[in-house]
Design a protein. Structure first.
Length: 560
């Protein structure tokens, strides 16, 4: 697939701006996360768009933390966001900033608004402000404090800064239009009192700007040319423009909205994600079942596949839900090319080859990658006792079952043809072992027999295999749009994680973090970054070899 991005509507706008000399021909974008949680797949679309667009036009991108709400922010989230952006493959170079870097300028801007008579200190309670605001169909009404004099507003605002008032006692509001059809223009709050330490500025401030006040002005202070936002910010743009006009900033960013990324069977609401973390439904923000970038990294998703996915879905103004299969196809294509092959048995069933000598171990040659001979081969030990997948045997098999069955034959990958001669069961009637015989003339690659069978299965040597915990991850939710469910816990997929005691071939014994493998016939796997050790290996399934959800997902989305 070509790396050249399609000329979506945003790139077309910037093409025209650069050609016309708007913004002096410069292109400066920004990715402005709030450090109040971990990033998720929706943020990946914005990250890829902002950094890629700037790079294509020879511009630059700011990573700016919109840290205006210290009660929910932390350095842990700041560090996690930096790690995620770097993992995706982007570098902000020396353009790392915080909205809090501009708190002095924002305070000065607030005083400018007060001096112009377009901002006032309101003493209504938060509940009263909501009541006065009105509804989508009913105009709001003016606060009784709206006509305070400029002098009184200056005095009260400066006393707010000095810490003379309690949290919530007063707010600074813009004076715009309480009858506006756009609720964002009904005298929005600009500053509130919060006697709380800030993760970046410490205890310097006890009043903090509201997000909408700081956002557009911070863009202006940084010289952002194209402020790329998701569609929910379209109704906020008139407020941003009003603030820029009233403050009279020398630079005016151009805001362009695009549709956010909604991924089927995934949750991107920070509030609901936090609920899952806080209630212990998942192991943390990096749980591999989450659509958080930390979770995807731990699960083993390649960052190149995430970038490819974001490019494939494109940039539009139309809201829709992207099928999970699109993301998983990008992952499979990336891993299929890059990952070496190994053999691993998820649910072992023991086989004893009754006509194979007990004191002999052969070293068989196996390909590391069928399509890339330059990756070479490896030696795989083979002996009298092996493990195969329990699902590769059926006692009462249908006619077209081409794996092991009583009296049936199958080829062992890279090895021999074997025949099932006897089934051993425990007292409860469960199959615990198979007694088989092998044909020594059918060794793969060197056999003298041209006999063929229809089925080929993988295996590992019982003597040499390594016991490993393997975590078989599936989708966390059983509905395509879990974000729309009031109680997200009711949408959980009870089968989102199965932990099995597997047996893996010895070539995987020294596997380290960051390397992925295809377990033949099973899926793509990597070592768990938190729990894996060579003495106690833990592997995560990244993705299956085929999409078992495609039909279910298509039907569910069509039925919405």
């Amino acid at each position: 697939m070509s790396d050249a991005p399609a000329r979506d509507f945003i790139r077309q706008i910037i093409d025209n701006d650069v050609s016309s000399g708007k913004h002096g021909g410069a292109v400066v974008t920004r990715f402005p996360p709030e450090p109040n949680g971990f990033l998720h797949i929706g943020h990946a679309k914005s990250i890829c768009l902002n950094f890629a667009v700037a790079a294509e036009f020879g511009g630059s991108t700011y990573l700016r933390f919109d840290d205006t709400n210290p009660g929910k922010e932390s350095e842990e989230f700041v560090a996690a966001i930096k790690a995620d952006v770097r993992w995706l493959g982007f570098d902000w170079q020396d353009h790392l900033t915080h909205s809090s870097d501009y708190f002095d300028q924002l305070y000065a801007a607030a005083e400018t608004l007060i001096g112009k008579g377009v901002a006032y200190v309101d003493s209504l309670s938060a509940e009263e402000i909501r009541e006065y605001r009105g509804t989508l169909t009913q105009a709001g009404k003016d606060s009784p404090y709206r006509d305070r004099s400029v002098e009184e507003n200056f005095d009260m605002f400066r006393r707010m800064r000095a810490g003379e008032f309690a949290d919530g006692e007063h707010v600074l509001r813009a004076k715009i239009d309480m009858a506006s059809g756009n609720i964002n223009l009904r005298d929005p709050a600009l500053y509130r009192i919060r006697h709380i330490s800030h993760q970046h500025t410490g205890d310097k401030w006890c009043i903090y700007p509201m997000y909408d006040f700081a956002h557009g002005l911070s863009d202006a202070f940084e010289g952002i040319t194209h402020s790329l936002c998701t569609l929910e910010f379209a109704d906020h743009r008139p407020l941003y423009d009003w603030l820029l006009e009233q403050v009279d900033t020398p630079h005016r960013p151009q805001q362009i909205e695009f549709s956010r990324l909604n991924l089927a069977y995934a949750l991107t609401s920070k509030r609901k994600l936090n609920q899952l973390v806080e209630e212990g439904v998942v192991s943390g923000w990096d749980d591999p079942r989450l659509a958080s970038l930390a979770g995807m990294r731990r699960r083993g998703y390649p960052p190149a596949a995430i970038r490819d996915f974001c490019q494939r879905i494109g940039v539009t103004k139309k809201e829709n839900i992207i099928e999970m299969a699109v993301l998983e196809n990008s992952i499979r294509e990336n891993l299929g090319e890059a990952s070496e092959r190994r053999m691993a048995v998820m649910k072992p069933l023991k086989i004893v080859l009754t006509n194979y000598a007990a004191d002999i171990t052969e070293q068989l040659t196996a390909q590391n990658h069928p399509g890339r001979p330059e990756l070479g081969t490896r030696e795989v030990p083979f002996g009298r006792e092996i493990y195969v997948e329990r699902d590769d045997f059926m006692e009462d098999a249908p006619r077209k079952f081409f794996r092991l069955k009583p009296g049936g034959e199958v080829r062992l990958r890279y090895a021999y043809i074997i025949r099932c001669d006897e089934v051993i069961k425990d007292d409860a009637g469960e199959v615990i072992e198979l007694r088989c015989s092998y044909d020594p003339d059918t060794r793969s690659g060197t056999g003298t027999s041209d006999r063929k069978v229809k089925g080929t299965i993988h295996w590992v040597s019982a003597e040499h295999a390594i016991a490993a915990e393997v975590r078989l991850y599936d989708r966390l939710f059983k509905v395509p749009d879990p974000g729309s469910v009031d109680d997200v816990l009711t949408a959980l997929n009870p089968n989102s994680l199965e932990i099995v005691s597997a047996r893996i071939e010895p070539a995987l014994g020294d596997a380290t973090g960051g390397v992925t493998y295809q377990f033949e016939r099973v899926g793509y796997f990597c070592t768990d970054s938190e729990d894996h050790t060579q003495g106690s290996p833990v592997w995560n399934r990244i993705v299956t070899l085929r999409d078992g959800w495609a039909k279910i997902e298509k039907q569910a989305l069509q039925g919405q």
